[in-house]
Structures are given as structure tokens and as C-alpha cells.
Ligand binder design. Sequence first.
Ligand SMILES: [Zn+2]
Ligand SMILES: [Zn+2]
Length: 812
Amino acid sequence: MDERYDPTKIEPFWQAEWERAHLYLTGEDRSRPKFYLLEMFPYPSGNGLSVGHLHNYVPSDVVGRFKRMTGYNVLHPMGWDAFGLPAENEALLKGLHPKQTVPQYAANFKRQLKLSGCAYDWTREINSSEPDYYRWTQWFFLLLYQRGLAYRAVGSQWWCEQCRTILANEQVVNGCCWRHTETPVTKKDLEQWYLRITAYADRLLADLDLVDWPEPIKLMQRNWIGRSEGAEIAFAVADHPGKEVRFFTTRPDTVFGVSFMVLAPEHPLVAEITSGSQRAVVEEYVGQARRQSEIERLSTAKEKTGVFTGAHAYNPFARKNIPIWIADYVLMGYGTGAIMAAPGEDQRDFEFATKYGLEVPRVTAPLDGSAPDPGSAFTEHGITINSDFLNGLTTADAVKAVLRWIEEQGIGRPTVTYRMRDWLISRQRYWGAPIPIVYCQRTCGIVPVPEDQLPVLLPDMKDYQPSGTGRSPLANVPEFVNTTCPQCGGPAERETDTLDGFACSSWYFLRFASPHDDRAPFERASVDYWLPVDLYVGGAEHAVMHLLYARMWTKVMFDAGLINFKEPFSVLRNQGMVWAADGQKMSKSRGNVVTPDSMIGKYGADALRLWELFMGPFEEPTNWNEDGVTGTARFLTRVWTMVRRYVEAGCPPGSPSTETVRRAHKTIQIVTDHIERQRFNTALAALMDQLNYATRLEPNAIGGFAIESFVLMLAPMAPHIAEELWRALGHDHSVHLESWPKYDPDLARDELVTVVVQINGKVRDRLQVAAGATEEANTAKALASASVQRHLDGKPPKKIVYVPDKLVSIVV
Ligand SMILES: [Zn+2]
Ligand SMILES: [Zn+2]
């Protein structure tokens, strides 16, 4: 064994060896329990991977290796989310073609992952921009179409001037494009394809209870779906017979307090009911509102503005006419584009009423009978007042009474609304899967491309720049556009829009089960065995979009009888963000990106891996710090020395002390438990503790069990050095084919000490507790003792004196 630990020597050697031995192929023995481990489908960017990305891949790799050692059949595949805006925008920026850049960038990602010692089954690699993959993306689109879940409609949609394409609601972040965070989005009216995700709103909500996901992600999905229960009610417009304002409210109990109404400036009624004297000011306001983005209009920070239309609505509860205003914070796309304003119970309405001198009736009082604060709205539930037949009812009862009343009167009904809109899936861009639809010029209309004619191949185009006309560049390729109708054989044109890149990632997790199947998107038996994903790891930025879309497609497939599970990802974990050493985001422009290549060149992959695990709790953000890698490299050198001394002593089975045996078992217990709970930093800390302890001992006093179990536990975290040391210990097969070490819970038990419990100086009990247990734990145990309870006889302790590992003295 070499004197010195030299990762540059052992790492390339073992990587080549493992590849030759096909060590990381997926197990095919389906009698074993399976574990499907997946990281979110990366988009292979030209920048390559940074040490920040490895904060996702390395801990996942540890889980995969650990699960394999604990007896699972592990599926740990990797592929490339290669279609879509990010890849196309990057290629455009560099003046290249995505057909060249994507394979080149993917190859670089793959090289970096291998360099980092991450164990993937590369025989299952997939690329969403390859015809053998997108053929099935198109197939799923047709499945959705046949099930009535894909439809075409004209809508006013988000448009990014830089992307020159439509964006989904989910792709608009703070009023800007998700890819161009400085470019405000605008609106454009276009005929588009939508997926009816709203049909799944209730199930997408309810089934969040079936998965083990971080609560903040579940909450973001709930908020995005935005289900609210309430009532839809119509008030007649005064002096305009037959005209009415329909609105939705979640607080129908406050109807007696409705003192004005607000319409969206785009509401079709506005033009009809605006009075002559108000017309000029209303028209100016409408024009202004149209120029603002939805996000700006909804911003809570912005001061609310509005103008009076000159018209009134009749409030049939309060039995009086109330003014109708327009305001830009009411949007046409949500609900009915009109709201009732109950300024006594809604803070936004209160501020609006105060600003414009409108009446503020009070119809809800606090439950304690006090009067509502005149300086603000009372938005909580309470007791209804000033409301005729609702007086004295609680908010909940008043809601029920109003719902009954509006139904009897025929002016409304109970209803549920959602914030989520249907998913806009067509893009006027080149780099995506062509939408497999043909428009027949005779009589057939919209005709889906028959399954046996898939894939609809993306034509080769040199100049694939987005046109900005609202049509995709594919419209410029007559050989692509002109076709025959699959139904009547007459002349027809192909759809020229492509599918949003998120369509590709909505089903890729199924493809890994049988990645080379050319008869179906997946083989049923393989999917039944491997799916759902047991651990899904990726960034929290995918809380909506990918994680919502993939859930919807899974439910569609479930409904179609294609799969037997409703949720694709049983457990989800979000790795914490790694900021650069300067606390900024790592980016090329800031020049603060640290690559795995540079770190591995200096310290080796194993040292880098250990620092990725040790730099902080897996799910919490942290700053990059190169000193950490020098620390973990030092740790590995010390491990090397410990094992070398043991090997040079002839690998004695040894005669370890009781304490040494206890520590060896205890370490296995802690490391096992912490890896299972994704606490990689504390798992590694336990190994460091154990090294500190064992280093002080002679080889004979450490013993074979402690040394071998240490190397086995190191294997998932630092696979190269563990392999080298394992062989040096005399084994002739890979450490990565070994079983995870087992501990004996009796031997792992903490050392016990006797703590004496006194009451007023008299010994009342003796407790056997773990050495080093905390004051709280021991005091609680002492107070819970039957003998102590009897002697206290219900009297509260006045004072407790505590001596660690020795005494709890209670004074009463
Ligand atoms: Zn953009
Ligand atoms: Zn036809």
C-alpha cells in the first residue's frame, strides 16, 4: 500500500475499472425490493456543472450507493432535458445550432458526473430532443387530445419580446420572462393550444396528501391552484334593463355591507354602462390599464387606483343603488372580472373606499362583542350585524343563510373557483417537438396525426431564429407545412407550433424504466415494477411548472389505464442552494463559478464529494468555501493512514475493548440512521468522530470489525478511496458490491451511568441513564419517576440542582 494518499492516481483507475465491470447497471432481479432514485432532468447548458450543481448529484449518489448496499435493486438513471427555450436561447446567443450544442453540452455534463464518481446506469441515458424520445411526447399529446384535454383557443397571452414566443402563466416571474428576468412580458392575442389542467385542479390538491414532499412546495402548489369556495351572485345594473354584474365572493355573509362594485377595465359592460360625463376619464383609464402587466396590476405594493363609471348597481340585500367603479387591480381573466366591495370587511376595499370617499358600512363585529376598529377593515370571522335576517349569526352560519337566499331568489349559487388557468403548451419556436396536428383544407378541420405516422420530425433548419410574427419558423418550411389530410387525403397544412419544453419533462421519469422501447412510450411491466419514483431530488424553483405538469400527466395516464399509480414522485427533497464564496449567485458574468473540474484537479473527487456532503444540512442554503475541501482532503489522508497502519500490522482481528466495540456499533447506527434521513453532514461527522477515536489506538486495539465497517460506510460517500482501501484490506471484489455493515443494538447502547434523585436532600430514586444525557432529559426523567411523584405529592418543585451524570436534587 502506498505511503501517501494520492487521489489523482486511484480515482481514474477505479472509474475505468467500474465501467469495465458494468458495476452500475440497473439490477434486473425483480424479486428484490426496488428503489427508483431520480434527480430532476437537467438541461445541459454550455457552462457545464458547477460545484453548486453537485450539491444535488453527490448526496443523491450517496443514497443510491447506500440503497444498493442495503439490498435494494436501484434504478439511478440520467438524461437530458434538451428541447425547449433554454437550449434554443443559448444556441442563438452563441450563433450555433442546438442540434450541435445539445449533444456537445450533454457529453460535457456526463464527463463531469463521471469525474465526480457519480454512479449512473448510462445504458439508460435519454435525450428529449431525439426523435425516438419526442415521438412519444407527441404520442402523449395525442392521448390528451383524444381525451378532450388538449384544445385550441384564442387568448390574450404573455409574450416575451426576447424569446419571441408565448409564455405560460407559470413562466412569468415578477412580471418578467423566466428566462429573461429583466424583460417585462407583454400581451399578444394568438390562437394557441392549451392543456386542460384545470380539470385536474381538485385532484392535484387532494393528492398532495399522498406524497412526502417539503411543506413549502405543497403550499406553493396549493396557492397556485388557489381553490376558493364561495358564491356567484348577480346584481342588476340600475337604469339598464336586462344588464347585470356577475361576481364571485368568498364572503357572501357580507352582502349587506356591499357599498360599491368594481369591474376590470376590460369588462365588456364598461362601454355599455359608462355615463356620458364619465366617458372620457374611463376611456383614458382603460387604455392605461391595458399597457400594464398583470403582475404590476396585482402588486400589493402599488397604490390602488380607479374611476367611477357613472352607473349604479342595485344591491338587493341593502335595497339601494351602489356606484360601479373600474380599477386595474381587478382582472378579466380571473373569475368574472367583477367584484363586490365590502369595505368594512376587506382591507383593499377599505383603502379604496377611504381614498375615494365611498361609504364603509360595518356588517361583521368581533366575536367578543367589541366594536370593529374604525381605522381598518375587520377581516376576521365574527358575528354578523346591520344585516337584517343575518343579524346575530356567526360568519359561517351567515354564509349558509345567504347561499340559501340567493338560490331561492334565483340571483346566484354556491360555487368554487380556482386561480390556476389551463396550461398554454404551444410555442412559436423551432427547438421543440412539433405538435402532431394537421389542418385539413377541405372539411375535416383539425386532424390528429395517426399514431403510426409519428414522429412528426422536426425539419432541419439553418436559420431557426424566432420570427416574432406570432408564427414559428417552421412556417417557413413548405415541405414541412404542406401535407395531405390523414382522413380524406386532401390538401392539408401541419401545425407549425412546437410543444413547450415542459411537455418533455412531464413523462421522462417513465421512459427510464424501458428507455429503448420502440413500440410504446414505456413497457408496462417495467413501469409497474419501478414506478413511482422513490426519491426525487431537485431545486425548489420547480414548485409549480414541472412538478405540477408531471403530476397532471401522471393522472391522465392513470385515468387512461396506462399506469397504476396516481402520483409520480413519492418523496421529494430540495437540495439547498450553494452560493458563491462572495454570497452571490454563481454565474459566468460574475466570474465566481467554481467547477468540479478545478476542485477535483486539486483535491480529488472524493474530497470534493465529502465537502458537498459536509458543508451544511442538505436542504439548507450555504456559501461555497474551498477551505472545506482542504479539510475533507485532510480527513481522507488520515483515513488512509489509519487503514495503512492496520494493513501493515497484518490486519489483526484484534482484541478491542468494550468501549471500542460499542463505538464501532454506535457509529454504524448513527451513519445508517442519518443517511436514511438525508442528514449527510451529520453522518459524515460521525465517521470523523470515529476516526478521531480510532486513530489514538494501536491496530490490534481497533480490530477488524471497526476498520472494515468504517471503510464500508465511507464507500457511498468517497467511493474511490473506499475501493482502494477495501482491496488493500485483502478483498478481491468491489466494495460497492458489499452489504452495508450491520450493528448490534445491544452493543451500540450508550454507556450507562447512575443518576441519584433527591428530594429535600433525601435519596428517593436512582436512574440508569445514558452518559452525557442532557439536563432536560434527566430532570424530566427524575420528575416522572413514580417514587418522586409519590414524595412530591403534587407539590411543585421550588428549585432543581443538577450535576451532570450524577445528581438531580429537587427542593420543594
Ligand atoms: Zn424570454
Ligand atoms: Zn380532410
